[in-house]
Unconditional design. Structure first.
Length: 85
């Protein structure tokens, strides 16, 4: 179930009443018109996750490598500090 604000629910009821259709039908029609006007293919399957290409992975690595080094300690020093009581 979708929860609508009071304002949205009132508007949906007013539009449904003016068109003499159910609130459900009025909302569905409005959403279909919106999708059509914005050229949204509502019948297309939702985009799934895709695997990154090697080039994309390397680009992410380059971005990370270009970031400033904030802690100049060696990994062992950092681990020692984390494990200190």
């Amino acid at each position: 179930m979708i929860t609508l604000s009071d304002e949205t629910e009132t508007l949906a009821k007013r539009i449904a009443g003016a068109q003499r259709v159910s609130v459900d039908e009025a909302i569905r029609d409005a959403l279909e018109q919106l999708a059509k006007s914005r050229h949204i293919d509502i019948d297309a399957p939702p985009p799934g996750r895709r695997r990154m290409s090697i080039e994309e992975m390397l680009a992410v690595g380059d971005e990370i490598a270009a970031m400033p080094l904030l802690d100049t300690r060696s990994p062992q020093e950092i681990m020692d500090d984390l494990n200190d009581p």
